[in-house]
Design a protein around this ligand. Structure first.
Ligand SMILES: Cc1cc2nc3c(=O)[nH]c(=O)nc-3n(C[C@H](O)[C@H](O)[C@H](O)COP(=O)(O)O)c2cc1C
Length: 204
């Protein structure tokens, strides 16, 4: 698959996981792709926690669904009806979960390129996640990013030190297929913007 195919075929997956195992060599390639991402000051501030334990995943799933209810309670009318039909995770159905974390202390006090923009560390972690997502797509795996959780709660669940920030809970695994249209668009929640609308010339 060429890079443009991977970019355009990538989807956020919730409902299409088969639960089949991921071959070790495939997982190694996907993680190596994540670890090859650019990072501010070459700080590589990410870590990957591979969560296979079904009991941990079930506990996380319960927390996510409590948070889903918090969000749902803020909706009314048509939005509430639409959201009720949207699946927001494949935590129990996927083959493996990967929690990606950010260590702001990695690289010491003088991270080259981060002195003026603290968020560049976090951007670096997101680039690792995107590399992982595209590599998984090229391997015909699906990935779903779950963010319906409270960071302190997830820290406690996975014994993550207080100085480290969990950035994403990713669901990974073989899929029946990748949808052509994002779930949120198919369910009428929101439509994609055109590229033209995002491009500015010379000033905002
Ligand atoms: C930072 C981030 C957090 C997300 N959190 C969730 C989530 O909790 N649940 C969910 O169903 N999708 C989540 N998504 C997926 C988006 O809804 C999805 O990327 C978007 O609708 C576009 O669809 P596509 O990824 O299939 O192109 C998240 C995506 C990102 C980048």
């Amino acid at each position: 698959m060429n890079i443009y195919d991977a970019i355009h075929r990538r989807r956020d997956v919730r409902a299409e996981f088969t639960g089949a195992p991921i071959p070790d060599e495939v997982l190694d390639r996907v993680l190596a792709a994540a670890h090859a991402a650019p990072s501010v000051g070459l700080s590589q501030p990410w870590d990957f926690i591979l969560v296979a334990d079904p009991a941990v995943r079930r506990t996380f799933h319960e927390h996510v669904h409590a948070e889903r209810a918090v969000f749902a309670a803020a909706l009314t009318g048509a939005a509430a009806d639409r959201f009720a039909r949207i699946k927001i995770d494949g935590i129990l159905e996927c083959s493996l979960s990967i929690v990606v974390t950010y260590d702001p202390q990695r690289g010491g006090d003088a991270v080259l390129g981060r002195h003026a923009i603290a968020d560049t560390g976090l951007y670096s972690v997101c680039l690792a996640i995107q590399n992982l997502w595209l590599a998984a797509t090229a391997e015909s795996l699906g990935v779903g990013w779950v963010s319906f959780y409270r960071e302190p709660w997830l820290r406690r669940l996975l014994h993550i030190p207080a100085s480290i920030r969990p950035v994403a809970w990713l669901c990974l695994g073989p899929v029946t297929h990748l949808e052509e249209i994002p779930d949120l668009e198919r369910h009428g929640w929101r439509r994609r913007r055109t590229l033209d609308a995002a491009i500015h010339h010379d000033r905002w």
